[in-house]
Design a protein around this ligand. Structure first.
Ligand code: F6R
Length: 604
């Protein structure tokens, strides 16, 4: 989940460039940060390292220029959040610096063995092991080189291959080798993307950090090692060491895609982008939706899998397919999928829902499906990601970079595609298109100042709440779960989403005087029952906020939304997203970087 970045150039570039890239990557983890670069200050070339626990400060003392540098922003796994555990880590000779994303699963025996042969560790991380392993491999390769290898680049790649072969787990590394002034990138599952630009060669765990630096990019594969020298990158087969010819592609992201665009936070920017995202889907993804519908039609058993917000999109998808296409589709949390994969055959279709395409639980679900011969489709936002590459068929979400840790626009994008696919399966594509255009208008209305005023008034009431309950039925049940997740992850208020019908089976015991309860009540078949539930909460002292096209006596506060039929989950979630944002701001919390979280969950 960490963010890693490096550059190498024929000329001196500002080291501050690495810090700026880390700011872009900070969504991947923000427990600590650090940089390393080659410097000739104080005579002789050496590695300068600066690292510290905590977030990147707004201002830093001026940094020098250097022809080679790398940096890291950390989501701690092994080793506490301390300055020593921040990356980069050095080998004993301080000529190798490494930054790491992942977990070295066999770190214990490796560390013991390295300590026994005299390596001195400065941190409690698993990551540092790689620097020392590499130091050893390099020494061994040097000894052998007298007979086998003739030039240092070959040596370095060989040493990285050897060291990487010894570790287990899903890992990505950038190595800075001071003597040869080169970087090496290597990975297994965790993402790395290489960029070539006018100023040099760059490497990052996400293409967003290459914007403004690279024109051409290449997503490194698991079976490759990249050697990045000032003259350019070279790729090698990780098993054989043979040279490879990568297929470079243009970097299509633009600075505007990754900037705040006048908004104070990415979360609110991305909430506001949702109508445009749905419009883009209607313009660009109809073909993809039709092909996915065909895959579903031909399959015998379809599974929607995802985690967190994407898991709720999957659940909502199962309701949409049921009511629109009269089709049973299973929704499974990706991390639980491997315990249910026994149903899969070569006629099954597994549809992975994922914004990042790097969520390890989703990757494992996809791999399990492939092992059993199932077809894998993916609704994925990051097009070069691991899931996008593993899938047999992909419908890109077209949501643009989602930089806030909270998923918003990728959620509604997934719902829009699933709704379209359900209508296509039902033979009512035009109805699906029409209802999504209505949803776009409905989202605009939910984002309008009049609605926002009501949401802000609710936020004022809830700002000191400890608990909050959210209920919905049918199509609105996944909405209730997703609304509660948005509130809890960014405000730290304990928010629980429930199926409205479950209230009286236990949950209602929690309701007491003033307990806030959000109620989703679209004008569908769930309305009478969900309003009864709301009334039952109100009678027990609960404070009821209704998110609904129409008012009702059960509501203390009514947040009006448009009536958009089956697209109601796309519209109803918007006030809840806004409420979560408004609460976070009022509670003095950073809406883009909630504690303990990171955007790409690449560890188990
Ligand atoms: C919540 C959130 C997470 C992600 C989940 C899956 O706001 O962002 O629950 O939805 O970690 O991530 P992706 O979609 O990248 O697989």
């Amino acid at each position: 989940m960490c963010g890693i970045f490096g550059f190498v150039s024929t000329r001196e570039l500002p080291v501050a460039l690495v810090v700026d890239a880390l700011r872009t990557l900070e969504y991947r983890g923000y427990d600590s940060w650090g940089i390393a670069y080659a410097t000739s200050e104080r005579g002789g070339e050496r590695l300068a390292v600066f690292k510290q626990a905590g977030r990147l400060p707004q201002t830093l003392p001026p940094l020098p220029t250097s022809p080679i540098a790398l940096g890291h922003t950390r989501w701690a796994t092994h080793g506490g959040v301390t300055d020593e555990n921040a990356h980069p880590h050095l080998d004993c000779s301080a000529t190798l610096a490494i930054v790491h994303n992942g977990i070295i699963e066999n770190y214990r025996p490796l560390r013991e063995a390295l300590e026994q042969v005299g390596h001195h560790f400065r941190s409690g991380t698993d990551s540092e092991i790689f620097a020392h392993l590499l130091e050893d491999s390099l020494q061994r390769a040097r000894r052998v080189s007298e007979s086998t290898f003739s030039e240092p680049p070959g040596l370095l790649v060989e040493a990285v291959r050897q060291a990487f072969a010894q570790i287990r787990g899903l890992n990505a590394f950038i190595v800075l080798h001071l003597p040869s002034r080169q970087l090496v990138a290597v990975k297994s599952t965790s993402p790395l993307v290489i960029g070539i630009g006018r100023e040099g060669v760059f490497v990052s765990s996400d293409a967003v950090a290459l914007v403004g630096h690279a024109e051409q990019i290449y997503y490194l594969r698991d079976d490759e090692v990249a050697l990045l020298s000032p003259q350019g990158p070279r790729l090698f087969d990780r098993c054989t060491g043979e040279l490879r010819q990568p297929q470079w592609e243009p970097l299509t992201l633009r600075p505007a895609d990754t900037s705040l665009g006048g908004f104070p936070h990415y979360l609110i920017k991305e909430i506001h982008e949702q109508p445009h995202v749905i419009e883009r889907i209607l313009r660009e993804r109809l073909d993809g939706a039709r092909q996915l519908a065909e895959l579903i039609r031909r399959s015998y058993g379809t599974f929607l899998v995802g985690c967190g917000t994407a898991g709720y999109a999957a659940l909502c998808g199962s309701y949409l397919f049921s009511r629109i296409a009269r089709r049973h589709v299973n929704a499974v949390i990706a991390s639980e999928f491997k315990y249910q994969e026994h149903f899969l055959t070569d006629r099954s279709l597994v549809i992975a829902l994922t914004q990042s395409g790097e969520t390890v639980d989703v990757i494992e679900a996809v791999q399990a499906a492939k092992r059993r011969g199932a077809t894998v489709a993916a609704l994925v936002n990051v097009t070069g990601s691991t899931v996008a590459r593993l899938a047999d068929f992909t419908v890109p979400l077209s949501a643009g970079p989602e930089q806030s840790v909270l998923s918003t626009k990728a959620y509604t994008a997934k719902l829009a595609i699933l709704l379209l696919v359900a209508h296509i399966l039902n033979g009512s594509e035009h109805v699906g298109i029409d209802v999504l255009w209505r949803a776009i208008d409905g989202m605009e209305l939910a984002l309008a100042p009049a609605t926002l005023d009501r949401i802000r008034a609710v936020a004022e009431q809830l700002v000191n709440a400890e608990h909050c309950y959210v209920i919905g039925r049918g199509l609105s049940y996944p909405t209730a779960l997703e609304a509660a997740l948005k509130i809890k992850e960014v405000t730290y208020i304990h928010a629980e989403g429930f199926a409205g019908g479950e209230l009286k089976h236990g949950v209602i015991a929690l309701i007491q005087d003033g307990s806030p309860c959000l109620v989703f009540s679209p004008l569908d078949e769930t309305r009478p029952d969900i309003l009864s539930g709301a009334m039952e909460v109100r009678s027990r002292g609960g404070w009821v906020v209704g998110i609904s096209p129409e008012p009702d006596e059960a509501f203390h506060v009514h947040i009006p939304i448009a009536d958009v039929g089956d697209a109601s989950p796309l519209v109803a979630i918007v006030p809840a997203q806004l409420l979560a944002y408004e609460l976070a701001v009022r509670r003095g919390l950073d809406p883009d970087k909630p504690r303990n979280l990171a955007k790409s969950v690449t560890v188990k």
